[in-house]
Design a protein around this ligand. Sequence first.
Ligand SMILES: [Zn+2]
Length: 163
Amino acid sequence: MGSLFLSDSVKSSQGSYKGLHILRKNAFPKQCVCCGNLFKHLKEFLKNTQQVSTGSGLMEYKISSCLGCTQVVALYRNCVCGSTLLVFCKCRRNTSSLGLRRKELFGQMWEQLKERGISHPLIRNELLRVVHGKQSKLLTNLGIDYSEFQKIAHACVKQQFIV
Ligand SMILES: [Zn+2]
């Protein structure tokens, strides 16, 4: 299995791992239980392991806790010995409670507008207006309260989250 290790494929695929941060500090140093290979940090781990056959090896998981759902990213890589190693990373998207609430509200607004027969491009347009701090006549006329959504969306923008 060791002969399947191609350093070039790791290099070319590293773009998809940009911005990944480990979920727990004690994830490294990580040792392969099979061959004893030691990885000091995530960078070294990515460098000295190979992409799994299924693709980037990145999988999103939802972890439920008392605070709600947290999105995490599981990173699967193949060690030179052939065994698959797993490291949990933080989700690169906005997973703060603020961001989650914004997403939730966005979904709710979308559903409400959809139920009223508003077309998708128009919904998108109106919600983007709200996100950018503008008033939405459409939402007001339909009696949909968007003040909380606007407040949270605005707070997210201020924190430089991607809208
Ligand atoms: Zn190994």
